[in-house]
Design a protein around this ligand. Structure first.
Ligand code: HEM
Length: 182
């Protein structure tokens, strides 16, 4: 994963639990400043180790850490650094989700060789969509739940995930969500 993701994990831990907590997690995960260069890529194992250590050190479940991180990633990392891109690709959370593949493609020149996920949106009714997530990585569905919640917060909307089903997807992970806007 790109270092910007590592940095975002560090920022979240420092903001919510303090610098000392981050130092402990970094030491446990074997992470140092050289893993925090935004535009460098690293083995996915580094980020999984960071999440694992955060789980252990903070007494949270992996699902709690990943959901919290998804929410933080949109409402802090992206909101502070990429707000205009979010606004360009969506005037609502549903529109942003519909345009996510285009958004990730548009930044390929910056994040060369990265492996973004794929999202497909099907409209059920004006306030209801099906969202299918596909990734070459496993285990990040809770991260997506947090991202969806963060996107709703970014647009000041109230959106709930009312259904979630795993889809068989060899060499990665795929999930279908039903999203309802109130
Ligand atoms: C300007 C906004 C955004 C930027 C700059 C961005 C950038 C990135 C980068 C650099 C990665 C790491 C991929 C890699 O290293 O191979 C990534 C992954 C990811 N992004 Fe985005 N992203 C943005 C918006 C979003 C939004 C709004 C969502 C969802 C609501 C999203 C969902 C994801 C997910 C789920 C991953 C994890 C990779 C996976 O599932 O395999 N991104 N993104």
């Amino acid at each position: 994963m790109y270092g910007m993701i590592h940095k975002a994990v560090r920022d979240m831990v420092e903001a919510q639990f303090g610098e000392e907590a981050w130092q402990k997690i970094a030491e446990d995960a074997g992470v140092s400043d050289e893993h925090l260069l935004s535009l460098n890529t690293y083995e996915d194992q580094v980020v999984y180790d960071m999440i694992g250590s955060a789980t252990k050190m903070l007494g949270l479940t992996p699902v709690q850490v990943l959901e919290g991180f998804g929410y933080y990633f949109v409402t802090e990392t992206l909101q502070n650094n990429y707000k205009s891109i979010l606004q360009t690709y969506g005037k609502t959370s549903f529109e942003l989700l519909e345009n996510l593949n285009a958004l990730h493609t548009s930044i390929k020149a910056t994040f060369t060789g990265y492996k973004p996920p794929s999202f497909t949106v099907t409209h059920i009714s004006p306030d209801e969509i099906d969202l299918v997530y596909e990734s070459k990585r496993a285990g990040l569905t809770p991260f997506v739940r947090g991202l969806v919640a963060g996107a709703a917060a970014f647009y000041n909307e109230s959106v709930s995930i009312t259904e979630e089903h795993a889809i068989d997807f060899p060499d990665g992970e795929s999930t279908r969500f039903r999203l309802v806007r109130e």
